[in-house]
Structure formats: C-alpha cells, structure tokens
Design a protein around this ligand. Structure first.
Ligand code: ADP
Ligand code: MG
Length: 277
C-alpha cells in the first residue's frame, strides 16, 4: 500500500499534476475536489427517437456495484466528487473524450467508467457516451445488465449502423455503445479505418457529449496504447493491492503527460485470478 502511494506521488511529481488525493473516501480515493462547473447548454430535452432504451434492473446494478444512479446510496458522493473533478479539468482543457486506463487488470476501470458516466449524466447540463472498447474482456454491458441488443460486434460485422447499436440504459442523457462478446484481433480492430471512422463520427455527431472509453489495461496488450493517441485525456486507475510499483511506473511511462487528467486509487478487493486476461 505504501509502495503504491509512493509510486503515485512520484508519478504525479513527474507529470507536474499538483492535485492531491483525499484519504477519507470509503471505496475510491480521488483527486482533490474543485468547484462545480458552470452550465453550458440546457440538454435536458434529449429525446431517444432512434436510440433503443433498455430498462435496467436495480438489483443487478447493485450486485455489480453500479450505484451512481441512486442518490440515496451512501457511496454515490464519491462518484459525484470524481465527476466534478473530471468535468472541471475537461472543461478547462476543452477535452471531450476520456480513456479510463490502468496498468493491470481488475483495477476497477469498468466499475469507475460506468459509475462516472452515470454521475456525469445526472447533471442536467451534461450528456455522455460510454464506449466499451475493452475488446478482450468487454464488461460494460454485463455490469449494466444489457443483453440481447445490437452491439459494437454487429457494427464491426457490418450488420448495423452506429445509431442502431447505441443504447440508452434508462438513464437520461446517457448512451452506451455495448460490446457483447470479445473481438478477435482487438489491437488491429482499434487501429482500423472502420473504428477510426466511428470515433470521428461520435466526436462530430455528438459534439456536446463527453465520450468515455473503457479499455483493457496498459501492460497486457497494445490496445490501450493505440487508444491513448485517439482520446483527449486519460484517467489512470490504480487498483489497491492489484499492482506492483514497477507496473505503475512502467504504465505511466506510456501515458502522454499532457493527456493525463488524473489518477484514482481504487480500493477493489478481488483476486487477480478472477480477472486474468
Ligand atoms: N472500489 C471498489 N470496491 C469494491 N469492489 C470493486 C471496486 N472497484 C471494482 N470492484 C470490483 O472489482 C472487480 C473488477 O473491477 P472491474 O471494473 O471489472 O476492473 P477492470 O475493468 O479494471 O478490469 C469487479 O467485480 C468490480 O465490481
Ligand atoms: Mg474492465
């Protein structure tokens, strides 16, 4: 634990990031809070004429630790606080797309990506697209309980257009691009003209939206390295007890410093074996 903290401090010094982590958060430790964002557009009136809406099951969400939609849930404030910090930095830098990355698996990237996306969408001024680009171990749909819908897999296989594979999971202002099964040749897929076109399309078509990419870990494949080039900024997640100091340092080495939005120490307590890539 101390080693992780030391490595994070060192990494932060290297990047010139002056923010500090708070210590009292029960599940995640995030960067120091800052003020709320000013309102941009009023995006309340979004309609989902084309986007398919799926009602989520609260029990399933709870089991998968997706809590940010439920304001009566005690830990929701952690994500709201993280949201404020993330949005503020994104606004300051005019960043629209965010990659959630970690050195190794089971750091809580997907858990954070979903809860953060929900928390951002709960602000009336913000809309979000959450994209599951962990093509090796897609989990966004599973954690949310999205099944039986068209997915990124159909898009890749030329069976569906982008608008047919986006899903609104019953949460206003949130849209998900689910990936339902692993994709063969994931790194090549992420480098392909088809995926580049999709990234471009999303950026242009949904210009006012925050785009969050859930990705595989940095050190297990080159997928994350490919995507780092295509996003505006990166949230670096370190799973407590899931990663060695040397792995944090190695992963940090790959991250373009001007894109590092911040770091989160996530207190996930699961065994690495469960999450073998
Ligand atoms: N802060 C946390 N507290 C408790 N469990 C967590 C926390 N973060 C993640 N988990 C759990 O750890 C497991 C791995 O998280 P996941 O988000 O899938 O990791 P990754 O996407 O980095 O591989 C999941 O079962 C998730 O619910
Ligand atoms: Mg994941």
């Amino acid at each position: 634990m101390e080693k992780i903290k030391d490595a994070l401090v060192k990494a932060k010094q290297n990047t010139g990031n002056k923010s500090e982590r708070k210590k009292e958060a029960p599940n995640t430790e995030s960067l120091k809070s800052s003020h709320e964002l000013v309102n941009e557009n009023n995006l309340n009136a979004i309609s989902y004429v084309k986007t398919k809406t799926i009602e989520l099951n609260p029990n399933h969400l709870e089991k998968n630790r997706i809590v940010a939609y439920d304001k009566s849930e005690a830990s929701t404030w952690i994500f709201d606080k993280l949201r404020t910090q993330v949005l503020q930095k994104m606004q300051e830098n005019n960043w629209k797309s965010l990659a959630i990355l970690s050195p190794t698996p089971a750091s809580g990237k997907t858990f954070l990506a979903i809860n953060l996306a929900i928390s951002i969408a709960s602000q009336p001024q913000k809309t979000v697209i959450l994209i599951d680009f962990d093509l090796r171990k897609p989990r966004v749909a599973k954690y949310l309980g999205i099944e039986g819908s068209s997915s990124f897999n159909d898009y890749l296989e030329n069976k569906a257009n982008l608008e047919d594979v986006l899903v609104n999971p019953g949460i206003p202002r949130l849209v998900v691009l689910p990936t339902l099964k692993p994709v063969s040749h994931p790194a090549e897929t992420l480098s392909s003209a088809k995926v580049n076109a999709l990234i471009q399309d999303i950026a242009e078509r949904y210009e006012s939206r925050i785009v969050i990419y859930d990705l595989p870990p940095i050190l297990n494949a080159d997928d994350a390295l490919i995507m780092m080039k295509k996003v505006d900024c990166i949230l670096f997640v370190v799973g407590n007890g899931m990663v060695k100091e040397t792995e944090i340092e190695e992963a940090m080495h790959y991250i373009p410093k001007d894109k590092l939005l911040g770091m989160v120490l996530n207190k996930a307590e699961v065994s690495a074996e469960e999450y073998y890539y």
